[in-house]
Design a protein around this ligand. Structure first.
Ligand code: GDP
Length: 456
C-alpha cells in the first residue's frame, strides 16, 4: 500500500497541530524533511520514540517539531507511521503536509488511516465504525457506547453467535459424511436449540437499538403551546442550564434549527428552536398549525399551558394533538394565581405526566428532566454489560439475520431436507459477517469510511 499523509488535527489555529503519515515509506519521506537534534539511523530508533528537531525545506527551517515514531506492526494502521507535532497554525501545517507529499507521500482520503487499520486486520468493521461515533459523540453516554464498541463488545457478541451456529453446522457436515455419527432427531434438536438461542440473542440486540437511537440521535422533542404560554422561556431555561452541552443542527430550511442538548445525561433534540425564538417576538407568534407539524414526528411532546388562565379552544386543540403520544404537560406560570390545576380532567385524560413549573423562575425544570428520564427509562440503560446497537447499518443487518433465522426455523418445522435448512443458517452467518466486515462489499466499505474526517 502507498504511503499516505494528512493533517489530523482540526482546521484552524491551535496550540499544536499534528501531521500524520502511514505506509512503508513513511520514515524515508520523514528523513528528507526532518532534521532531528540527535541523529539516529531509522533501524536504531525504537517504536514509540519521540524526537525533537526541525522540519526543513532544503535549508529553510519551516518549524520546530516533535516527531513520534511508530514501527510496524505496533501502530494505529499496523504500518510504519509517524506523527509530526508542529505549531498549530494553518500555514505551517499545510507547508509540512506539502513537503510530505512532495517527497513521496499521497494525500490520505477521509478515514483512510482507520480504513487501513481495518484492512490490515487490527480492528474489525464494527470497531472501525465506532471510531467515528466516538469522535462525533455529543454526550457522555454516546461516547461511552462508542468506546465500548471500539473495545470490541459488539464484535465479540457477533463472533460468539457465529461460533454457536458454526458448531452445529460442523456437526451436520460430519453427519453427512458419517451418517452413523448422529441420528436425524439429535441433529434436529441441536438445530432447534441453536436457532432458539441465536434468535433470542439477536432479538435482544435488535431491541437495544431503541435505546441506542436515543443515545445517538437524542429524544426528538417538540415544545408546543399557545402564544405566550412560555415556550421560549422554557427553551431558555433548558438551553442556559449549567453544564448543558448545546450543538446546533441545521435543519432543512434556514429557519428550522434543531438543537441537541445534553442535560444531566439526557440527550434531547429540540425541534424548531429557531421557530420558537422567532415566535417569541410579538410580530410572529407560533400558531397551533405549526405545533401540529412539529408534534407529528416527535418522540416526546412537551405541551405548555399558561396556568393563570383557563383553557381556551386553542389549548383544547393542543390537548387533542397529544392524545396517544408520549407527552408531558407543563402548567407554567405557577408563580401566579393558578386557575388550572393538575387534577383537571381535561388534562388527566390525555397525559399522566403533569407538572407545575415556572419557566421564568426556573422552578420545576429538574422535575421535568426526571420525568423525561423516567418516560424513556434512561436510567435503566446499562452500558457495562449490555450490547447497545447505535448504528442503523448494524440494526438492519441484524433484522435481516433474524429473518433468515425465522426461515430456517420454518424449514425445520416443515421437515425440509437438511441442506435446505443449512442454506438459511449459512445466510445468517453471512449476514453477521457484514457487521464485522468479513463479508462486505467494497462499496459499503468505501461509503462507511467516506463519512470520516480527514486525518482519521
Ligand atoms: P411563548 O410565546 O410561548 O414563547 O411565551 P414566552 O416564553 O415568550 O412568554 C410569554 C410571556 O410570559 C413573557 O412575558 C414571559 O416573561 C412570561 N412568562 C413566561 N413564563 C413565565 C412564568 O413562569 N411566570 C410568569 N409570571 N411569567 C412567565
Amino acid at each position: 500500500m502507498s504511503t499516505i499523509a494528512s493533517i489530523s488535527t482540526a482546521p484552524g489555529i491551535g496550540g499544536i497541530g499534528i501531521i500524520r503519515m502511514s505506509g512503508e515509506d513513511s520514515f524515508n519521506v520523514l528523513e528528507k524533511i526532518f532534521k532531528p537534534k540527535t541523529y539516529q539511523k531509522i533501524e536504531d530508533i525504537k517504536g514509540y520514540t519521540i524526537k525533537y528537531g526541525t522540519i526543513v525545506d532544503n535549508d529553510d527551517i519551516i518549524d520546530e517539531v516533535l516527531v513520534a515514531y511508530y514501527k510496524s506492526p505496533k501502530s494505529y494502521t499496523t504500518e510504519n507511521m509517524c506523527e509530526i507535532s508542529s505549531h498549530g497554525g494553518n500555514i505551517v501545517m499545510k507547508k509540512i503536509l506539502e513537503l510530505c507529499l512532495k517527497n513521496g507521500a499521497d494525500l490520505a482520503e477521509p478515514g483512510e488511516f482507520t480504513k487501513r487499520a481495518f484492512l490490515n486486520g487490527r480492528i474489525d468493521l464494527a470497531q472501525a465504525e465506532s471510531v467515528i461515533d466516538v469522535i462525533n459523540a455529543k454526550s457522555d453516554k454516546e461516547a461511552k457506547s462508542g468506546i465500548k464498541q471500539l473495545e470490541g463488545y459488539l464484535s465479540k457478541e457477533i463472533r460468539d453467535i457465529k461460533q454457536e451456529i458454526l458448531d452445529v453446522l460442523v456437526n451436520i457436515e460430519v453427519t453427512i459424511d458419517y451418517p452413523e455419527y448422529d441420528t436425524p432427531e439429535v441433529q434436529e434438536n441441536e438445530m432447534r436449540n441453536m436457532l432458539q438461542n441465536v434468535n433470542r440473542r439477536l432479538e435482544k440486540s435488535e431491541k437495544s437499538f431503541d435505546n441506542g437511537k436515543i443515545i445517538k440521535d437524542g429524544i426528538k422533542t417538540a415544545i408546543i403551546g399557545k402564544p405566550n404560554a412560555g415556550k421560549s422561556s422554557l427553551l431558555n431555561a433548558i438551553l442556559n442550564e449549567e453544564r448543558a452541552i448545546v450543538t446546533d443542527i441545521a435543519g432543512t430550511t434556514r429557519d428550522t434549527i434543531e438543537e441537541f442538548v445534553t442535560i444531566k445525561g439526557i440527550p434531547l433534540k429540540l425541534i424548531d428552536t429557531a421557530g420558537i425564538r422567532a415566535a417569541s417576538d410579538i410580530v410572529e407568534k407560533i400558531g397551533v398549525e405549526k405545533s401540529i407539524k412539529q408534534a407529528e414526528d416527535a418522540d416526546l411532546i412537551i405541551a405548555i399551558f399558561d396556568s393563570s388562565k383557563d383553557l381556551d379552544d386553542e389549548d383544547i386543540e393542543i390537548l387533542n394533538l397529544i392524545k396517544n403520544k408520549k407527552s408531558i404537560i407543563l402548567l407554567n406560570k405557577s408563580d401566579l394565581n393558578m386557575i388550572l390545576n393538575e387534577n383537571d380532567e381535561r388534562l388527566t385524560n390525555v397525559s399522566n405526566c403533569i407538572l407545575k413549573i415556572s419557566a421564568l423562575n426556573k422552578i420545576g425544570i429538574d422535575e421535568l428532566y426526571e420525568k423525561i428520564s423516567e418516560l424513556f427509562s434512561l436510567n435503566e440503560i446499562n452500558f457495562d454489560n449490555e450490547i447497545l446497537i447505535t448504528n442503523i447499518r448494524h440494526k438492519n443487518i441484524i433484522s435481516k439475520a433474524l429473518e433468515n433465522v425465522k426461515k430456517a426455523n420454518e424449514a425445520l418445522n416443515m421437515c425440509m431436507p437438511i441442506d435446505i435448512i443449512t442454506i438459511y443458517i449459512k445466510s445468517v452467518l453471512e449476514d453477521l459477517g457484514e457487521i464485522t466486515g468479513e463479508v462486505v462489499s467494497e462499496d459499503i466499505i468505501n461509503e462507511i469510511f467516506s463519512k470520516f474526517c480527514l486525518g482519521k
